[in-house]
Each structure stands twice: as C-alpha cells, then as structure tokens.
Design a protein around this ligand. Sequence first.
Ligand code: LLP
Length: 415
Amino acid sequence: MTPFHYLNGELHAESVSLSSIAKQFGSPCYVYSRGYLEQRFTEYTEALAGQDHLVCYAVKANSNIAVLNVLARLGAGFDIVSVGELERVLAAGGKAERIVFSGVGKTAAEMRRALEVGIHCFNVESEAELERLNTVATEMGVCAPISIRVNPDVDAKTHPYISTGLKDNKFGIDIARAPEVYRRAASLANIAIKGVDCHIGSQLIDTSPFLDALDRVLSLVDTLAAMDIQISHLDLGGGLGVRYRDEIAPATGDYIAAIRARLGDRKVTLMFEPGRSITANAGVLLTTVEYLKLNEHKNFAIIDAAMNDMIRPSLYDAWMDLLAVKPRNDGTLRRYDFVGPVCETGDFLAQDRELCIAEGDLLALASSGAYGFTMSSNYNSRGRAAEVMVDGDQCHLIRARETVTDLMRGETVLP
Ligand code: LLP
C-alpha cells in the first residue's frame, strides 16, 4: 500500500485528507498510517515463516503507545534502551518475554525492573555491565538471560553518527574478545547465556555489511560451540534502510532471504530489531506556511514546524521530501529554504526546494515516522506536536499537543 497519496488534488493518509486532519487537530502534527505500519512489520514475519524468529521493533524510532500497541497486536517483540521504553511497551500491551534490552548504560535500577518483569534478554554491551548484571540478579535471587552485543568491526557505510559496528564506536564488545567474555559469563551463577547480538548501524542501503557481520557472528557461534557454549538465538539488530529521496532500499524479504541462506543448518532463533524500516515511511509531519520572506539572494518559507519537532535535517543533514498538501498552480514557482521559528541558523527542515506556495498552505514532510517525534524537544519553549493515527477512513488523536501547562510541569520558583 502507498499510505500517503493524492486524491482529488489533495494529499491523503489512507482515506483521510491531511487538510481535514490539520483542521481537526491543528499544525504542526505528526500523522501515521496504521495499515502501513502493519504491512512493514508483517513483511518481516512473512519472510521468516518456517524459521524460529522474534522481530523486536526498536522502540526508539517511534515510541507512541498506539504505535507499540498496533505492533504488539501482531505479536511483535520490542527492543528497548531504557526503563522508560520498557514501561511504554508494557503499557501498550507488549509482552515482557518478548523484550530485549540494548544500550551501553543500563543502570542497576533498570536491570532490576527488567528482571522483575521477566524480559527475554539483556544485550550486554561491556564486561563491566556483565558483572553488574550478575550482582543485581544475585541480589534478586534470579538468573539474567543475556546475549553479548559484539562489535564485528564492519563498515556500515552510512552516516558516521549512526554507524555503530566499527571498532572505534562505543557499542558492543570487540568480536575478537567475545569468546573470553562468554567464558566469563558461563562461569557466573546468575547469568544464563542465550544468544549473540550485533547491530552495525542504521539506514543501510547496501546489505553486504549485514552479511559480512553475519559471517563473523556465525564463526563466533562455531567457536563458542567448540567451547561447549550453546547459543539459542542470533540477534542481528536493526538498520535496514528506507527511501527518503531516490535510494533503492533493499526489500525486507530479500534481506531476510539472504540472511537465511547463510545460516546453514544451525538451529537458532533469528531475531531482528528494526525501527526505521517499519515506521519511517508510515508517517509525515504536517506543517503550515506562516510567512514568505523573499530576500534578494534567497527565499525563505517560514513554517510552523522547527528543528525541535524534527531534528534530522539539522543534525544529520538528512534530506527529507517536502510535499504540498494541496498543490497549487495559481502562483509563482520559487526556490525556498523551509525554516522554522527557532532561533538557530541550523533550524531548517528542507533547503533549496522549488514549490508554488502561499501563506497558510499546508505541507507534509515525508518519511517522518521514525526518529521524528521521539527526537523532538521543547527548545524555545515550544510544546511538542500532536500525533494522529489514521486507520482507513478513521483518524485518532494518539498524543495531544503539549500545552503551556505541560511545558512548566514539575518546575517551581524559589521560596
Ligand atoms: N537496535 C539497536 C541496538 C539500535 O541502536 C538501533 C538504532 C536499532 C536497533 C534500530 O535501527 P533502525 O532499524 O531504526 O535503523 N536518529 C537516527 C538513527 C539512530 C539509530 C540508533 N539506533 C536517524 O534519525 O537517522
């Protein structure tokens, strides 16, 4: 399905026009398609049919509880990186035994809560973390299920900020050292070894780095077997890229088929932690043109969404498509930088785009369903945007726009 499409000259989300959503819920506003979220998740599970698997959606990409709930209803597992994400998953009806806990800085309190609810696995990222987890599990009189996140030292060939599988990155344990760490884990009374984990980066358009990483991980699994350490699952992380502009993103089915082909006859559960490939193109950020500022050398369209709503263009120089909700042909086509009201020169959502627009026009920033709302902030004391989910011809407010009261919650002046 194409979740966002033009119908009678107007951009729609499934069967609902985006202008009717802006009218009802205001602007700026994130809009997600339930149908597309479901489709993208199901592509993973269908490609894994006949193979033991667990697809753990990476909550950081989009953590709205309605999004999590839609995926939980399809039997999704979840990849979390904080107790906040853990509580979101549980609140959304996700099952604790389908949760994996990633991240380099798990606190003892986070470990306790995850052990208390009985998560599937901790993806351990350092030797110090392994020792702490064993201590916490011993205090609680339980056994902590773990995999070691190994760093396979492959170049994901993506943006340096989102590349994680190189030796110089803070993530995981050097794969060469991993057998030693597994030996130590096997000697700890309150640690149960379950799997091997790796995640090499995000927005990969070429699948060969994934396959290189898999080869290295499989050779580690064989080394461990020779040490009498049996692995029941392989977690290959997330990272599958999507189309923002003209990238030819790998089809999920082809990616999974290539992985399955390399697995041979090893009897392991295959796990994945996809985020962006499920949610990015399931969402847009609706925004309104406030002012047109035509300078001698440059035209600016000042819009009501800013870097605090969507930071990807400012932070990674990410190119995201910008579409007119009701394209017009009664004005002048001009080249604009689309900038927000935040007081930073780096506050732009799109640069150098040719559009025919007027004050008050609605625009949609495409591919905003991943790392959009979750990376948003209150900078410049701007309330965060509303979030809406469309389901066929219905739309639901899934997060209310933040109010001024929300902005000051928890703050007090001195007595
Ligand atoms: N698993 C782990 C351990 C991760 O660190 C990540 C993403 C994922 C899974 C999900 O990766 P995905 O399938 O979404 O590529 N804010 C950046 C992306 C940061 C990704 C961080 N880790 C962006 O907007 O491009």
